[in-house]
Design a protein around this ligand. Structure first.
Ligand code: KMH
Ligand code: ZN
Length: 304
């Protein structure tokens, strides 16, 4: 991996996995999502990764209309790089998942690099007593979720969105996903510098042991050499330790309530900005600097 002088913080402000009854601080309405995004950008996140939710109950909503109000506000009030999910929720179809990014043509869209089991259910034990909505029970209790990302699906998403100048946050949950990405790279369907988001500690993907982090890093180095930029995302309590490992090795980091509700053991994060500040402290404590949105655009060769 080519090291860059500055560290990019991505903040994923709400996602589709955590549910409203797990934390009162999870952004749900368009206003809450916009405020969370702007707060995170002001705290130092160069890239904001976005999902939408139905304001009635917080259920993931992948209609382009659900994204419109907060995209408008974010654009007016921040120069952050907007990154729209194509993962949506693992229960959605590919056609549903691609629509917001195809409609709003962001600078970056996520692209999930392989089909996998997706374990939402471990969260149930912890939060069952607080569950408010039937959909949460059905969703979190579903033990048979397959997060579908076939080779055909990936090619469909990347050729559709690439035509708009959108580049990708390649979400790799295991080493096989790096090899899948290598297939598209060798076929000339994606070009460097690739923004590779290695994901640790989600049930169905690789674990969150330092050996797992090193294995993903070494594999990416071997497959992509200087043609990639490395970022990490640790789920739940792994968020900050894994961010620290990446930053110390010249990589980039992703935080946000999509990936972890926490700001320390047993302490719910009160905002996305709080997690960005924690990541920033780690980065600056290592003597490194946080990248601005324009610096992130340059590091990742985005359309701007
Ligand atoms: N929730 C993350 C582990 C996506 O939106 O495309 C992965 C993610 C997927 O962000
Ligand atoms: Zn996401």
């Amino acid at each position: 991996m080519a090291s860059t002088r500055k560290t990019i913080i991505t903040c994923a402000v709400t996602g589709a996995i955590h549910t409203p009854s797990m934390s009162p601080h999870l952004p749900v309405t368009a206003d809450q999502i916009a405020d969370a995004a702007i707060g995170a950008a002001e705290a130092g996140a160069a890239i904001i990764h976005l999902h939408a939710r139905d304001p009635k109950d917080g259920r993931p909503d992948q209609t382009p209309e659900a994204f419109k109000p907060f995209l408008q506000v974010i654009k007016q009030r921040s120069d952050c790089v907007v990154n729209i999910t194509t993962g949506g929720a693992p229960t959605m179809t590919i056609e549903q998942r691609i629509r917001p990014a195809a409609t709003w043509k962001p600078e970056v869209a996520s692209l999930n690099m392989g089909t996998m089991n997706f374990g939402l259910f471990p969260m149930l034990g912890r939060f069952d007593a607080q569950l408010q909505h039937q959909w949460e029970r059905d969703y979190l209790g579903n033990k048979d979720i397959v997060f579908r990302n076939t080779f055909g699906d990936v090619e469909h998403i990347l050729t559709t969105l690439r035509a708009n100048g959108t580049r990708f946050e390649f979400e790799c949950y295991d080493s096989s996903h790096l090899y899948n990405l290598k297939h598209f790279f060798d076929a000339g369907l994606v070009k460097g510098p690739l923004f590779i988001q290695t994901v640790f500690g989600l049930m169905g993907g690789i674990g969150a042991h330092p050996e797992d982090v090193m294995h993903m890093r070494r594999t990416a180095d071997r497959l992509f050499g200087d043609q990639y930029r490395w970022s990490v995302l640790g789920a739940g309590k792994n968020q900050m330790p894994i961010a620290a490992m990446s930053a110390a090795m010249g990589g980039h980091v992703r935080v946000g309530l999509e990936d972890s509700l926490w700001a320390g053991p047993g302490k719910l994060a009160e905002s996305n900005a709080q997690q960005v500040r924690l990541a920033r402290q780690i980065i600056e404590g290592l003597g490194l600097e946080v990248a601005s949105p324009d610096e992130a655009r340059e590091i990742l060769s985005l359309k701007g």
